[in-house]
Ligand binder design. Structure first.
Ligand code: F6R
Length: 241
């Protein structure tokens, strides 16, 4: 596991963006695994900026996102599909049919999970971007006694729904379920880039990277992967020796 700590957000974003851009330059038909949340916003901005400046084409690239809420249409501003269009897809030349997120509007959610996992099996991810939850979650894989390997539906924890409530008009509108790639699906990526910022995540960073490998800290399973690059700001890395 390679761990790099950055002094500024700008440097971290540029480094992470370059990892993805270089993958596309070396392999124009690369498969990128993508994440949402606050962590990747600056990285996507930088990818867009570099792509426009250097006229890089994403026309042959395929993307898979980690997760999506069940019951939100792509037009809903809180959906991850909307987020990805806003922050990345609408600014680059990737054909929309090559951008994949789990379909949270599918009638048969089980079948949708199987369909997504099959697609991931057919097109293995070259480089996967990950953020980290305060409890060690990756994707929507929350701490538990057991973790599902493949893409699956999850009932969101009360604390996650409460944390999400600020984005919705009322608590009733907060989705109760999501579809997520499993930890097994994530670990199939050839390279994994875990990005974490902020003092509030310093403890979980230490636990995930140096603590025991346990399903109670899903990100600790990344220790079993041969090629993980961890990008941290000073605050998130302050408990690492
Ligand atoms: C997002 C995702 C989540 C986030 C994590 C960190 O697609 O799967 O695991 O990466 O919750 O979120 P932020 O970046 O908002 O702190």
């Amino acid at each position: 596991m390679e761990i790099i700590i950055f002094d500024t957000q700008k440097e971290l974003d540029a480094y992470a963006a370059d990892l993805f851009i270089n993958t596309v330059k070396q392999k124009p038909n690369a498969v990128l695994g993508l994440a949402t949340g606050s962590t990747p916003v600056g990285i996507y901005d930088k990818i867009v900026e570099t792509t426009i400046q250097n006229k890089i084409s994403f026309s042959e690239v395929t993307t898979f996102n980690l997760d999506e809420y069940v019951g939100l249409k792509p037009e809903n501003e809180q959906s991850y599909a909307y987020y990805m269009n806003e922050h990345l897809f609408s600014h680059i030349d990737i054909p929309s049919e090559q951008t994949h997120l789990p379909n949270g509007m599918a009638e048969d959610i089980e079948a949708e999970c199987t369909r997504y996992e099959t697609m991931l099996g057919d097109q293995p991810v070259d480089i996967q971007l990950l953020g980290l939850g305060h409890n060690g979650h990756i994707g929507f894989n929350e701490p538990d006694e057991n973790l599902s390997g493949g893409t699956h539906a999850v009932k969101l924890k009360e604390e996650t729904m409460k944390a999400n409530a600020r984005f919705f008009a009322s608590m009733e509108e907060v989705p109760q379920y999501a579809i997520t790639m499993g930890v097994g699906s994530i670990l199939k990526a050839k390279t994994i880039v875990l990005v974490v910022r902020g003092a509030d995540k310093a403890e979980i960073v230490k636990e995930a990277l140096t603590g025991p490998i346990t399903t109670n800290v899903p990100a600790s399973l990344l220790q079993t992967h041969a090629h993980v690059i961890v990008l941290l700001d000073r605050e998130a890395g302050r408990m690492l020796s």
